[in-house]
Structure formats: structure tokens, C-alpha cells
Design a protein around this ligand. Structure first.
Ligand code: ZN
Length: 450
């Protein structure tokens, strides 16, 4: 892998001092070897990128997604979460290895094109006879070239047991635990340079039994992998938990061993003050998905309060069936705007939004030693945003231009030192081919519900 030198750019390091300067970033292989103000050291052999007018940030970390949903976008467009889910479950019951592969390629391509270098995915629909869906999305991630944290999801509480999903998409608890353990043994790479780390992720309180939640936590901790689930997304869920278990979703999760620095929840909208304090003191993370939450009218998480309490808050696009754009850069802007719409002008700064997309996401995935900031020795996951454009030129603060302005083009995206996007073009796959494959797959899957 070649040495790559980025010179003359505004660099937002996200290092412990949060330094910013006009300077250089140098990647040698998959690690950063120099980051500092002014010109780069001289190298005999390097590719040099003129970064004048560009902003360099760490590659973004996406902390919640459902890649397979790319081929079920734009359905139940005016529904609540539970209405949307009950429309989509029967469609999702038809997914196969092929459709998941096509959807994952498209979702990951869109993530790369919007600044993401590390993607977590929460896959929880495993229809009988669908093939090896986890292998399909892992292959797609390897091809697109992103660092990947697939979460082996699950549902074992179908309608016959008082759950929301139809019985055809739920699995047996012992099968789930065995398949999850086999996936960890087959795929999980705990090394600092890892491109692939597994996560254990039962879907949500209303689709999963308490036994599966508890045993999943035990399994994850035996293997030293992280835990993820949906929690406190809607008031319907809170009411369902109170009626079913006599407690809030977080109290329920806590009883089952689901808090701690190795746990993160998608959404986390409906927490009260005491719950936020508890999440902070246990360093439990939240994947904030502002576009999806707004699309489904679920509410908006108390991001400022969570961060002030000490809970890491990362950003997530969520599945593209509830966020049709699938763009990670848009989540920074929405996180900031919706936080201020909810909590006033001081609720979130532009730099806090950038921190959520980078360092906090890395903390949530347990990768903060190697990802989330631009420092010598860290992995070479780097986004170079071109601000020499009509919407951005003249904006005095490059970070504000990135967060508040229209999504800028990517001059370069490095994932593990490898160029994945250049001049806003994906280098690792052909976008038009991905688009037509996804459209064909969606037409086949959804022919009877349009
Ligand atoms: Zn989700």
C-alpha cells in the first residue's frame, strides 16, 4: 500500500486536545504516520494530494443500520413504527442471500460516499431457507472496502408468544445462540487492525424473549464482543414494556445484564433523567438516528443530556426502509438541528456533532484506541471533504461548513489506508450497476405491496 500525503488542508484531528490547524496528514500503509500543522515531512515516494480548501476529518463511524433494507425502501411512508414494522415484516420474510448481498453493497456504497469508513450493521431477520445472510453482507463489506461490525441479530418472540413479528420470521432460541456463537468463531477478528468484528444483537424487547436477552449477554461476554439492541425508540414500546413486564425498557434491559461499556442501544429516545444518569455512570452507549426517528415521528433523543452524563452517543443512519437517503453526513446536520429544535440554541455544538460521528462512534464499538481521531499511530481511516464548491466556498469555519452546509463532495476517502472514494466516485464498485441490481431486487421482493 502506498504512502499518501494530504497537504494544505484544514485538519480537524479530534485528538485529546481537539487540535485544528492548516497542515498535513500522512498515511503509510494502514496507519497514520504524521499529522501536524504546516508542510508534511519530505518523502521520496508518496502520492501527494493538494488539500487546499479541503477539510480533513477522521472517517465517520456508523453505529446503527440494517443494510438489507436498501431493497425495501419507500414503503409504509406515512406509518408509525409498529404500523411500518407490521407492513414490512412479511416482505422481509422473503429476503435471501442474494437480496441481502445486493442491498448490503448498495447501503455500504452510500455510506462510503457520505464519509463512513466503519459501519456497524444490525441484521435480525433470518428466514428459514434464506441462505447464509451474514456471509453475504460480510462479502459485500469486504468488496466495498469498509471496516465492518456486523451484529448477529435475532427474534424469538413471534405473534404466538405475544410478540410483534409474524412467526415465520422468528427463530428458535437455541438455534440463535448456536448460530451466533458459530459466527463469532468463524468471523470475529479482535486485533487492533481488524476489519471485521462481530456483535451480539437480539432485535428489541417486543420481538425477543427475556431468556434470549440474558443468554445473549452471557454469550457476548464469554467471547469479549459487544452487545447491541433497539431500546426506547417509541412511546408505544414503553407502554408495551410497562404492560408486559411492569417496568420501562431500560429497567427491563438492566435486569437482564444489558448495561455497561460493551453495550449500546439504537435510538434511546424515551429515557427519563434517572435513566440518563444510569446510562452515563455505566458508560452505556446510544446510537442516535435522527433522520429515521423523524421519518417515523418517534421523537428525538436527549443527546446533550446523554453526553453530559457521560454516555457515548454515536450516529446511525438506521435502515434505509426508515431513512431512504442512507447518508451518514446528513445525520450530523440532523443531529445538530433536531437537538437545537428540541433543547434550544446551546443544545449541541457543530464540533460535538462531528465528535459523535467519529470518536464517540469508535468508543461505542470499542475501537477508540485505533479509530475516531487523526493521530500518528492510529488507523488510516480518513475523509477529505472538498469545500471549494458553490455551497461551501467563503464559509469561514470549515467544520461548520461540513455540519451546517449541504453535504460536500469527498475529495478522498481512505479506509484502512486504501482509497475507497475519490472525487465523489466510488472506486471499489460501479454505482450504476449497484443501483440497477437494487432496483430489480426491490421490484421482485415487493411486487405485491406497491
Ligand atoms: Zn434499527
Amino acid at each position: 500500500m502506498a504512502r499518501i500525503v494530504i497537504e494544505g488542508a484544514h485538519v480537524a484531528t479530534l485528538d485529546p486536545a481537539r487540535r485544528e490547524f492548516v497542515g498535513h496528514v500522512v498515511a503509510d500503509g494502514n496507519r497514520l504516520v504524521a499529522v501536524g500543522p504546516g508542510p508534511a515531512p519530505a518523502y521520496d515516494d508518496a502520492r501527494v494530494l493538494d488539500g487546499r480548501g479541503c477539510l480533513v476529518t477522521p472517517g465517520f463511524v456508523n453505529t446503527h443500520h440494517h443494510l438489507y433494507q436498501w431493497v425495501t425502501r419507500g414503503l409504509a411512508v406515512d406509518s408509525t413504527l409498529f404500523g411500518w414494522l407490521t407492513t414490512l415484516y412479511p416482505v422481509w420474510a422473503r429476503i435471501t442471500e442474494e437480496s441481502v448481498y445486493v442491498a448490503a453493497q448498495a447501503s455500504l456504497a452510500q455510506l462510503a460516499l457520505t464519509g463512513c469508513t466503519t459501519a456497524a450493521d444490525h441484521h435480525y431477520v433470518f428466514p428459514r431457507g434464506g441462505g447464509d445472510l451474514l456471509a453475504a453482507e460480510i462479502t459485500a463489506a469486504q468488496e466495498i472496502g469498509l471496516r465492518f461490525h456486523p451484529a448477529r441479530g435475532s427474534m424469538d418472540r413471534g405473534q404466538k408468544d405475544g410478540g410483534l413479528p409474524p412467526d415465520s420470521v422468528v427463530e428458535d432460541r437455541d438455534e440463535i445462540l448456536a448460530a451466533t456463537e458459530a459466527a463469532i468463531e468463524r468471523w470475529h477478528d479482535p486485533s487492533p487492525d481488524s476489519m471485521l468484528q462481530l456483535v451480539v444483537a437480539p432485535c428489541s424487547p417486543f420481538s425477543v424473549s427475556g431468556e434470549l436477552m440474558r443468554e445473549s449477554a452471557e454469550l457476548a461476554r464469554r467471547h469479549g464482543v459487544h452487545l447491541h439492541t433497539h431500546l426506547a425508540e417509541t412511546t408505544d414500546e414503553t407502554e408495551w414494556c410497562r404492560a408486559t413486564y411492569g417496568c420501562t425498557p431500560l429497567e427491563y434491559a438492566d435486569q437482564l445484564g444489558w448495561t455497561g461499556p460493551d453495550v449500546w442501544f439504537a435510538h434511546g429516545i424515551h429515557f427519563d433523567d434517572a435513566e440518563i444518569k444510569h446510562l452515563g455512570s455505566t458508560r452505556t452507549g446510544v446510537a442516535h438516528c435522527p433522520s429515521s426517528n423523524a421519518r417515523l415521528g418517534a421523537g428525538i433523543a436527549r443527546t446533550a443530556d446523554l453526553r453530559a452524563a457521560g454516555a457515548p452517543v454515536g450516529l446511525g443512519v438506521d435502515g434505509t426502509a426508515s431513512n431512504e437517503s442512507g447518508s451518514l453526513i446528513e445525520e450530523l446536520r440532523h443531529a445538530l438541528l433536531f437537538a437545537r429544535a428540541r433543547g434550544g440554541p446551546q443544545a449541541l455544538t457543530v464540533r460535538a456533532a462531528l465528535e459523535m460521528a467519529t470518536l464517540d462512534g469508535a468508543r461505542i464499538l470499542g475501537r477508540a484506541n485505533d479509530l475516531g481521531s487523526l493521530e500518528p499511530g492510529k488507523l488510516a481511516d480518513v475523509a477529505v471533504w472538498n469545500l471549494n464548491t458553490l455551497p461551501h466556498a467563503g464559509l469561514p469555519d470549515p467544520v461548520a461548513a461540513l455540519v451546517l452546509g449541504s453535504p460536500p463532495p469527498l475529495a478522498l476517502l481512505l479506509a484502512n489506508g486504501r482509497p475507497v472514494v475519490e472525487h465523489d466516485v466510488l472506486l471499489t464498485a460501479d454505482e450504476a450497476t449497484l443501483a440497477s441490481a437494487a432496483a430489480r431486487t426491490q421490484a421482485l421482493l415487493t411486487a405485491d405491496i406497491r
